[in-house]
Design a protein around this ligand. Structure first.
Ligand code: ARG
Length: 588
């Protein structure tokens, strides 16, 4: 179904043409002066040069063609040549009814569906999931959902970090603590134990300890580097330990992501790229791309137009060990082979931008991807505390994601209980649902590339531009609909009639923008546009609600119309928050 603004533009274009001008001037936009009109067309301004005519004269000619319009109730020329437009309430009501009939609320499905891999989450095994990984999970999940909604085949891959120095550090620390373990006995040929020699909490204590030591003790660090390299070469005892580390951490990670309503299609990891590394490297050498530089193997990726220096992409260190770049390149090889994606999108901290510039350039230059395959990097900003510095615990340590969520849930619980008397168990469950909306909306309502301040008080507020406010609006609608059903009403009856007041018309106009908004949010990979949109819709709904008697309306057809509009509003809001990755409770 055609978007509402497309329908308007069609009529405007026809009017331009009938008046003797090029129809391409007939673009319509939402008014930037809502106090003066609902929509506007600036085509006459743009056409003035071509036609050597004052813009208002062109606008006059066009408006003269709109006198029997089915869409516009008012088309007025204002100097120097804008066309101010208001739409007919009948037209808007009809659009609402068509939107309500459409399963996808008038969003058109992509004509050429693309296969898109989204690389997000990116936690490192054996390190606790901390707030740094929160943004990637939240933003990536939302973009995945939006992409699917507009009809693409989107594959989400967590791309675990499991092949770098942190593994060598853990192995080294274990060796120091428990040298008697069979994993360190080179003459051992039997079966390794199935039980891990550590728990998740031990593991999480081992890593920071080892990491601290390696910064002070060079011999220790070298040992860890060596262990990393031996692991990458498949040393059996280390592989067995790696397996234990993976099992213990992945179980924990899955639980954590499930709590965040984040789901991956693939649980692939850096090490899955290992089998592709030797051939890839050999090939790059053979074709003259890779050369030795101070013992290391590198590929030049600088370009003439560079304004800052882009260092060569390092494939192998002088000891032959692979690096973060190497696994990322080999992962591209694997992804091309397994999925032939049209695009690979990386949702990663923007501080890794240089890494991705190098990887993308190297992949293109050496032909790992087809020329038409898109490689995109969505680098997000830092989540800061109220002091403007990266978010930390009160004690100044790295905040564990679990603790952050628990803090928010507790604050939400306090507010919910304060608000009303709900049963304790219900309030706890509700606090979890609302708490997630606070975290996710707080993050997603900012442009991804910007840093933002994680403000618990503000994010958990029921008022203002927050997740809980949006949920509160949905719950309000649900409760009116429930009451109607309890009174014996039939929610399927009736249809949406022309608006009875300005606030109802405004709500309808807001709802009508849904399809354009979703498509744009996907195009620009910008979940914050969904947040801005639902905030407007919620405000429009709440004004309508305060100004209109709904259930006490005496005219049955009118009452049914209101209830249909409520259901449509609810669907638009619930679909939108699902695209953001959270849901609404029944009560709060
Ligand atoms: N594990 C990495 C980190 O914590 C993020 C991985 C991002 N994805 C990628 N393909 N490099 O920094």
């Amino acid at each position: 179904m055609k978007k509402i603004m497309e329908q308007m533009a069609e009529e405007l274009s026809a009017a331009f043409e009938k008046a003797g001008y090029d129809p391409s001037y007939g673009k319509v936009t939402v008014s930037n002066r809502p106090d003066l009109c609902e929509y506007q067309c600036n085509g006459a301004m743009a056409g003035a040069k071509t036609y050597h005519k004052a813009p208002f004269m062109i606008a006059d000619d066009v408006v003269a063609q709109l006198s029997d319009s089915q869409i516009f109730s008012r088309a007025e020329v204002v100097k120097p040549g804008f066309i101010n437009l208001d739409v007919k309430t009948e037209f808007v009501a009809e659009y609402m009814n068509k939107m309500a009939e459409d399963e996808k609320l008038s969003v058109e499905t992509a004509k050429n569906p693309k296969t898109i891999i989204i690389d997000y989450g990116g936690p490192n095994v054996a390190k606790p999931l901390h707030v740094g990984h929160l943004r990637s999970a939240i933003i990536g999940e939302s973009i995945k959902r939006i992409g699917r909604f507009v009809g693409h085949k989107v594959i989400g891959d967590v791309h675990l970090g499991d092949w770098g120095l942190q593994m060598g550090l853990i192995i080294t620390e274990l060796k120091h603590r428990k040298p008697e373990l069979v994993y360190f006995d080179d003459s051992f040929t039997g079966e390794y134990p199935t039980e891990a020699p550590f728990t998740i909490s031990e593991l999480e204590e081992i890593y920071p300890c080892a990491s601290g030591k390696s910064k002070e003790d060079e011999a220790y660090r070298n040992e860890a580097l060596e262990a990393t390299h031996l692991l990458q070469q498949g040393k059996p005892g280390y592989m067995a330990l790696w397996n234990h580390i993976m099992n213990v951490s992945v179980t924990d990670l899955k639980r954590n992501y499930a709590n965040l309503n984040v789901e991956f299609d693939l649980w692939k990891k850096e090490s899955d790229a290992q089998p592709y590394i030797p051939d890839m490297v050999e090939d790059m050498k053979k074709r003259g791309f890779a050369y030795e530089d101070q013992g290391a193997l590198v590929v030049d990726v600088k370009e003439e137009s560079d304004t800052k220096e882009i260092p060569p992409c390092m494939l192998l260190k002088s000891d032959g060990a692979s690096l973060y770049t190497t696994t990322d390149l080999a992962t591209i090889v694997e992804r091309m082979k397994l999925f032939q994606p049209d695009e690979i999108l990386y949702v990663v901290d923007k501080r890794q931008e240089l890494h991705f510039i190098q990887v993308f350039r190297c992949a293109r230059k050496t032909g790992l991807v087809n020329p038409e395959t898109k490689l995109s990097f969505l680098g997000f900003g830092t989540m800061n505390g109220k002091d403007g510095k990266p978010f930390k615990t009160r004690e100044g340590g790295v905040m564990r994601l679990e603790n952050l969520i628990a803090d928010i849930d507790e604050e939400m619980y306090r507010k919910i209980v304060e608000n009303r008397s709900v049963k304790d168990k219900d309030a706890k469950d509700t606090a979890k649902i609302v708490g997630l909306s606070a975290i996710k909306y707080g993050d997603l309502s900012n442009q991804a590339t910007k840093d933002y301040i994680f403000d618990v008080d503000r994010f958990t507020s029921f008022e203002g531009n927050t997740g809980p406010y949006i949920l509160y609006t949905i719950v309000r609608i649900k409760s009116i609909l429930n009451r109607y059903v309890q009174e014996g009403g039939d929610l399927s009856a009736g249809k949406i009639l022309p608006a009875v007041n300005d606030s109802e018309k405004n709500l309808m106009l807001q709802l009508s923008g849904f399809a354009a908004m979703v498509e744009n949010a996907f195009e620009e990979k910008a979940p914050h546009k969904i947040c801005a949109y639902i905030y407007e819709v919620s405000n429009a709904f709440n004004s309508f609600y305060h100004e209109t008697k709904i259930l006490s309306e005496e005219d049955q057809a009118q009452k049914e119309s209101f209830l249909q509009l409520l259901q449509l509003t609810r669907r638009v809001l619930e679909t939108s928050i699902d695209l953001l990755g959270f849901s609404a409770p029944d009560r709060m």
